[in-house]
Write a protein that binds this ligand. Structure first.
Ligand code: ATP
Length: 323
């Protein structure tokens, strides 16, 4: 993909108010199922926000409400200062949505589809802008092709072009890289970064924790309709991160001596490795004491390595802790 430098959407100078403000938002579907439980969330201007949560946590429901596709039961949402219900049109114009499912008109050409999408938002035609988007998304050569003739990856690019056609300030990407190949995933990550560079705020939902780890400025975790955590990515990883020290033993151990047994020290099944888990936040890691006690028991090691817990491990432990 070529650069999206051309998408000039300057960041408002000094604007510190949230671009999206969600307060007390609840949703109970007609079935009686409560998908969102009094959600409060603020999205900052110009950030990439990743919303993580297991299947059925309420991610799509939340996005759908902000985009005016699903009605909230209670609560208030504003998008760039516009109430999404009272001032629906103005709010919706600010938002581009790339939904999970591909919903494009199979018989239309790429060009007709993006032109039509722009028109839906009441924006005057701007073929130069649309040409830039299609070029940036490597779709320009396919502009006259019917969508049904495109590959799945190309169709996904069309969905993005449609979402950007009316120059939104906010872009929602619902599971953007589910089922796409590695190359397209990389392209999309690069595109998201360039959009952010141009002042677009991006909210993405993902199951790929790797994606949040790589892309997001902040991470929100949703579980069973509740936002259980919102944190700067680096702070989150530092706060909840644990480190592991793995000792490769000189000779395998049948079992750990009782005096050494603790939750933080585990012997591998084959007895060749000892794994010690410690908190990155504490002053005292306990490593010196551990090494001393091992030596007292005549347990020698030939090598050691440390590793930090990934966002994936943090996420799993957070969501597990709630179930
Ligand atoms: N129209 C509906 N009627 C009744 N229940 C619904 C409806 N839409 C969604 N739900 C339920 O609300 C819950 C949240 O669904 P939602 O699609 O928001 O979750 P999600 O976090 O996006 O999940 P996924 O990661 O699987 O896409 C689920 O239990 C789902 O079955």
């Amino acid at each position: 993909m070529k650069p999206l430098d051309s998408l000039e959407m300057p960041r408002p100078a000094g604007a510190s108010d949230p671009i999206i403000a969600v307060s007390g938002l609840s949703k109970t579907y007609a079935s009686g199922f409560q998908a969102l439980k009094s959600v409060d969330l603020e999205i900052r201007r110009g950030e990439i926000f990743a919303l993580l949560g297991p299947n059925g946590a309420g991610k799509t429901t939340l996005i759908s409400i902000v985009c005016g596709i699903v009605n909230p039961s209670t609560g208030k949402v504003t998008a760039d200062g516009h109430d999404i219900i009272r001032d629906y049109r103005a709010a919706r114009t600010k938002i581009g949505l790339v939904p999970q499912e591909l919903t494009t008109d199979a018989f239309e050409s790429v060009w007709a589809t993006v032109t039509f999408s722009r028109g839906l938002f009441g924006k005057p035609p701007n073929p130069v802008y649309l040409e830039r988007i299609l070029k940036d998304l490597s779709l320009w050569e396919k502009r006259d092709s019917k969508i049904m003739t495109l590959s799945g990856g190309m169709k996904r690019r069309v969905m993005i072009a449609k979402a950007l056609s009316h120059e939104p300030k906010i872009l929602f990407l619902d599971e953007p890289t589910a089922g796409v190949d590695v190359e397209l995933r990389r392209d999309m990550w690069n595109m998201v970064r360039r959009l952010r560079g141009n002042g677009v705020t991006i909210i993405l939902t993902t199951h790929y924790i790797e994606e949040a780890e790589e892309m997001a400025d902040r991470i929100g975790v949703i579980s069973k309709g509740e936002i259980i955590l919102v944190e700067d990515k680096h702070v989150l990883m530092q706060k909840l991160g644990r480190k592991q020290l793995t000792l490769h033993l000189q000779s395998p151990l049948a079992s750990l001596p009782p005096e050494l047994q603790s939750e933080s020290l585990q012997l591998s099944a084959d007895g060749t490795e000892l794994v010690y888990t410690f908190d990155t936040q504490t002053q005292e890691t306990g490593i010196a004491g551990l090494l001393r006690r091992l030596s007292e028991h005549g347990i020698d090691f030939k090598d050691l390595q440390t590793s930090e817990s990934s966002l994936e491990e943090i996420f799993v432990s957070l969501v597990r802790g709630r179930s």
